[in-house]
Structures are given as C-alpha cells and as structure tokens.
Design a binder for this molecule. Structure first.
Ligand code: SF4
Length: 713
C-alpha cells in the first residue's frame, strides 16, 4: 500500500489527509497527524473521501473523455484531445476576431488549485486581453476581500487557527461553523472544554448546532448585521470600552464613524435586529473587555447586498477596541472553499491582478504586463459572476469557458443563468464529473482530473499553503486543469496577433507556481522564501519572504497597516435594508446554507448513501407556529415561491428559526428538487428562487436572503 500526503478538497479549513492507494486505486484516507490545520482529525466529509473515488463511483460519475457536439439538438460525441482543443481554439479565436476580447468569458472555481487559477488568469488577461475571468469565489469571499481592503488596506486575514486557543471571547457571526467548518469547530469545543470561562457569542438568524456551544446567542433578523455592529460600538463608546490610544496611533476616520453610530441607540438596534437590549450590552462588554476577542465569520456576512459594509463594520469593532494583532484577537473570515484564498492570491477575479494587485491601479497593471512580457493588461474591469451570466443572456458574451463549477445549479436566479448558457454561441465545460447540470449545456466537455489525481498547491483560511499531491494516475483521458489551459493557450496563441514569445512555457505545475512566487516579491503576500521542496516538508503561512525561516502566524502585531499612511481605516458605512425585504405578498425571509454531510452541488458527496443519513431529502424548514397558522402538517408538500420562480418540497417544523423565516439547504440539485421559473421554464434547486441582487462594492450576490411565500401544494 502506498501513502500520499495531500489535502481535503472540501472546505477552507484545509485539512491535511493521507491518501492510501493500491494498484493505482485509492483505497483509504486518514487525517494527516502532522498537518497544522487538523492534526489528524477529519469530519464526515473528509473521512469518506476515498469512497467517492472508488472504481464504481468513477465509472458512474466521472467525465472520462472529451465530448463534442456540432449542434445543440445532438448528443455530444467522443473526440480526441487534439480535435477538442483545435475546435475550442478556432471557436474562441473566431469570436474574439469578430466581436473583440470582451466577447468571451471564463467562469472558474475556488476548487481549482493555485496553479490552475494562475494560468486561467494569464490566458484571459495576458493572452486574450479581457478581464472577463471570474470565479465562484465571487459567491463566497469577495465581500471579505473588499471589507479587508477597505479597512486594513490588504486582503489578508490577520489571524490564525491557533488564536482559538488564546481568545478570551469568540464572536461567531453569520457562520454555522459546526457544519461548514467542522474541524475548526472541534478546536473551539476543545478550547471551551479546557477553559470554561472562554466566552462564545453566536449571532445568526438560525439557532444552528453552532449555538449549542454559545454562552450568548443573538438571533438577529436577516440582513441587520451592520446595525448590530454599530449598536455594539455605540455601547462601547458610551461605556468607555474603546481604546483611544490605539485609535489615535494606528487608525484614521474614527470621528466620521462615531457620527454614524451615534444614532444606533440600543433601543433602535434591539428593535431592528430583533434581540434583547440586555444581550446587546453583554455582547459589547464581552467583546470589548475580553483580554483577546476573535471574530469568526463567513457567508452570513459575505452573501449579502451589503456584504462589504457588514465586513467593514465588524473590522471597525476590532480596531476600536484594539482587538487585533495579538494572540487570540482579530477579525478572521472563514473561507468557504478549499482554495478561494489561492485564487485571490493570483488575482483570478475580474477586478484583481496577480499577487493582490488592483486592476484599477496603472502601476499594478504595468507590473503584471512586465512580469508576463506583454505590452499591457486591459484596463476595463471584467464582468463579475452575476454580470458575466447576465452579459451572456443579453448576447454580449458569446463564448463561455466554465471550469470546475456548476453555475446551472449554484448561481442565484437560475432563469438568467440558463438563458445565458442557451444563448451563448459556444460553451466549454471543463469538469471532473459528468453529472453536473452545467454539463447539459456544453458544446464541448473537457475531462479534468480531481482530488487524489492532481499536483499543485492550495491556501486555506489562515493563509497556509499546502501541497496537493497525486496518489493515483489520471483515469481515462482526463488531464490536469493547468495542462488543459496551457495546451489551449498555445493553440490560441497561434491564432491571435502575437503578444509575447510564449505565455505558456510550462511543463509542470511547479514551473507555474515559481512564476506566481516571483509575482509576489515585495507584496503583502510575499512567498519568495518558499519552494515546493519546503512545502513538501510542511505547509507554510504567508507572508514568507526570502530569508525568512517561517511564515507569519499573525499580521499587524506592530500596528502598522498596508495603507499609504500605515494606519487602518475606520469605514463609516451605513446600515442598508435587505435588497428584497419581506412584504405582504412574500411574507417569509428565506435563508440558505449548508448541511453537515454534503458539499456544494453534491457531485462528490451525493455519490455516497451514508452521507444522506443525516438529512435524507430536501425540506423547507419553518417555525412550528407558521406551519400551524397555515394549517400545514409536517411533511406536507408546499410551494415556496419568490418573484423569480417556485419549488415544491416538504415542510418541516424547526425551532432553529424564528417566525416568518424559512430555510432550505443549498445542495439539492435537479435530481432532488424540481421547480419552475415565474414564466414556466423548468428549473431546479433553491437557486430557482434566490435573488441575484449584489453588494455594489464586492458584487457578491445576496444568496442568504429572498422574500418568499409558502403555500400548500
Ligand atoms: Fe475537509 Fe473541511 Fe472536513 Fe477538514 S473540516 S475534513 S477540510 S470538509
């Protein structure tokens, strides 16, 4: 039996795994006892990974050969790689020549490895000359990115997992950590068991399993987080719990923020957020006066039409109380996906460039152009996720390349997404699994390798870079994502006006990574002191500049921030109501979220019967009073309808929710949860009814709230 160290491909905790294999087949998996993210532990998803890679599952679910269809009414037929990539290069080159570089778009994924991400970004921005490259990380972390940059000056989570062991108060907000980041939650449980005086505050519209550990639960109304955070600061100011010296020496903009929070009185905040004034006071006291306060937050803040404001308002609290830059203290955004961080590092988003550079900055564009040896990178911002599919639906984007993600299930307002996929003239889907809904729309399917078969790197929530390793050979005709992009890029280079000698000289993922490493020199995420060889020995946190002997666990210990004056900036953001508030015709607040044992659209976890033991079927959860008031019984079918569409599923009573709230898990796709759009087209999953309204700064959609009505089916 062979053992290969790698990482879990699911959540942003980034646990290390040891893959066991025999005869080219994965046979087992265990937690890597040496990996600092998990020290050998795995959750239900991670510990069953090997079963999702069995020969039987591979046969039934994997895309193993390139498939091409000439016409939309035909079934795709198997072709070889040369034919597949020649057709792709021809179609993309024709589209670019006829309609310009912005007529094509790339929608990629936080599941990709950093090396894959890097070459996709270079393909779009370096070769084609479009910034139309965005990713499902837009749906995951873009509000956290924007919040950090607005306040701290750089997209860098300042804390680390070990801070759980040093915190006196942990403020968990908008995160069902128990389900979404289970191994990190085990750490919090251990810390609480070892130090019962550790205060845990949990703030979320749903009283999820995470609340079980909390000393104080704040059941806020959906979308009211900014009001809550401003209310906490109002009390801190009134009680003298802020840190004037820290504010004076290390921050700017506090007076403007004070003027905003002045009106956020405890009465107003308690009423708006739906919580008790006493609890608001207790939360403010624990947060401000604890020796060290750590905030952990995720999609409840990010997936919001005011996502950037929510993130910034929380960081404000840490700056005002000097709860940052020390062991146990800091605002710590939890990454949803395994490598959303890596994607941000290489600039794989429509508004970013390599190594945390900004597209809007001419100096940064010039630096990246010099690095790649091209005359320029385009200035015009690319289309972000929602914008990209809207542009395709409008006929503006004519060729789409989708890799390692399933927008026909996971994007909000599915009617628009499906119209986009139908209207686009050429759709390439680069995928490991043949079972995703998006595959049905592909003109060209390109089979990619996946977990246990790939080599490269990922970065987890605490800025820790780990090596991902192949334990078994690529099955069928599958190829690595980076290799597919490089081959396509070389073919496209021959068809477009020359920009550089060769943008894709790589023969290994390590060669790509070395170029990425060089791009970080002198930047906040400088990793010029790292190598694949060092990462083989143990995962490392960035920054890790040349000459360093270890990465930096915590940032901003010196109180100096990466802003022009070295000071962090308070953000005087204002509370904005939800994009689609409840109203008489749509009287329920629908929230969405994860289940404990499923991942994303279930393409991997859905292959295992045992992972349905916890929750076997889709349901809509409602407060028991709401069921009774509507004469509904547990298990009865109901229509859940928004302005965009309707789905039918059983109702389930749940006291996790308050009255007038409803919850549906995000994972269920077309084989489990059918629905119709408002104009009668068949749709599936909860995103038939969610809204694509997004934060004006981060462009992250409000997947966490839609106004719905619920009626007996
Ligand atoms: Fe995988 Fe996340 Fe579970 Fe760790 S906590 S085993 S990374 S799913």
């Amino acid at each position: 039996m062979k053992e290969t160290k790698s990482t879990c491909p699911y959540c942003g905790v980034g646990c290390g795994v040891v893959i066991q294999s025999e005869g080219g087949q994965i046979t087992g998996v265990r937690g890597d006892p040496d990996h600092p993210a998990n020290f050998g532990r795995l959750c239900t998803k991670g510990s069953t990974l090997h079963l999702t890679a069995s020969a039987e599952v591979t046969r039934q679910t994997r895309l193993l050969h390139p498939m091409l269809r000439e016409r939309r009414d035909e079934k795709p037929l198997r072709v070889d790689w040369h034919v597949a990539l020649e057709v792709a290069a021809d179609r993309f080159a024709q589209t670019i020549r006829a309609h310009g570089p912005d007529s094509v778009g790339f929608y990629i994924s936080g599941q990709l490895l950093t090396e894959d991400y890097y070459v996709f970004n270079k393909l779009a921005k370096g070769l084609i000359g479009t910034n139309n490259v965005d990713t499902n990380s837009r749906l995951c972390m873009s509000s956290a990115v924007a919040g950090y940059k607005l306040t701290l000056g750089a997209d860098a989570p300042p804390s680390c997992y070990d801070d759980v062991n040093h915190a006196g108060c942990i403020f968990i907000v908008g995160s069902n950590t128990a389900f979404a980041h289970p191994i990190l939650f085990r750490r919090i449980e251990d810390a609480k068991a070892a130090r019962p005086d550790l205060k845990v505050i949990f703030c979320d519209p749903r009283r999820t399993d995470t609340a079980e550990l909390a000393d104080l639960y704040l059941p806020v109304q959906p979308g009211t987080d900014v009001m809550l955070f401003h209310g906490l600061l109002h009390i801190m100011l009134w009680e003298g719990w802020t840190k004037p010296d820290y504010i004076a020496n290390h921050t700017s903009g506090f007076e403007a923020l004070k003027a905003v929070v002045r009106d956020c009185t405890p009465d107003l905040v308690a009423q708006t957020c739906g919580i008790r004034k006493e609890d608001l006071f207790t939360a403010a006291q624990w947060f401000a006066t604890s020796p060290a306060t750590l905030s952990l937050y995720c999609q409840g803040l990010n997936q919001s039409s005011s996502g950037t404001a929510k993130n910034a308002a929380l960081v404000n609290l840490h700056l005002a109380t000097a709860q940052i830059g020390r062991a146990g203290a800091g605002p710590f955004s939890l990454t949803g996906q395994p490598n959303a961080m890596g994607g941000r590092e290489v600039g794989g988003l429509a508004n970013l460039l390599s190594a945390h550079r900004d597209l809007a900055d001419p100096r940064h564009r010039a630096e990246v152009a010099a690095l790649w040896g091209v005359p320029a990178v385009p200035e015009k911002p690319g289309k972000t996720a929602v914008e990209m599919f809207q542009a395709a639906a409008d006929g503006e984007i004519k060729a789409l390349w989708i890799a390692c993600t399933n927008p026909a299930q996971s994007m909000p307002d599915q009617k628009v997404v499906r119209r986009a996929l139908e209207r686009a003239e050429f759709v390439v889907v680069q995928e490991a699994f043949a079972t995703t809904s998006t595959c049905d729309y592909a003109d060209l399917l390109l089979p990619a390798t996946t977990w246990g078969e790939k080599e490269g790197t990922v970065t987890n929530s605490e800025r820790r870079i780990s090596r991902v390793r192949a334990a078994v050979p690529a099955p069928g005709s599958t190829r690595h994502d980076w290799d597919i992009v490089v081959d396509f890029g070389r073919r496209l280079e021959k068809r477009l006006p020359p920009r550089a000698a060769s943008l894709f000289p790589y023969t290994t993922p390590e060669a790509i990574w070395r170029e990425h490493r060089e791009s970080t020199r002198g930047r906040d995420l400088d990793i010029t002191g790292l190598s694949y060889a060092l990462l083989e020995q143990s995962p490392q946190q960035w920054p890790f500049p040349a000459g360093a002997t270890e990465g930096r666990a915590r940032l901003y210990a010196d109180g100096v921030f990466p802003t022009p004056d070295g000071k962090a900036r308070f953000a005087a953001v204002t509370y904005q109501p939800l994009a689609e508030p409840r109203e008489s015709r749509y009287p329920f607040s629908l929230t969405t979220g994860r289940l404990r044992d499923q991942w994303h659209g279930m393409s991997r976890t859905g292959t295992l019967g045992r992972l349905f033991g916890h929750v076997p079927e889709p349901v809509v959860q409602m407060h028991p009073q709401d069921l009774a008031r509507r004469g509904l019984k547990e298990g009865e079918l109901v229509h859940v309808t928004s302005k965009r569409g309707s789905i039918v599923l059983p109702a389930q009573a749940s006291t996790e929710l308050g009255p007038s709230q409803a919850f549906i898990a995000m994972h269920w796709g077309s084989e489990y949860l059918g629905g119709l759009s408002s104009t009668g087209e068949p749709l599936a999953g909860v995103n038939a009814i969610t809204t694509s309204a997004y934060c004006p700064t981060s462009k992250q959609p409000e997947l966490k709230h839609a106004a719905v009505k619920i009626l007996k089916a």
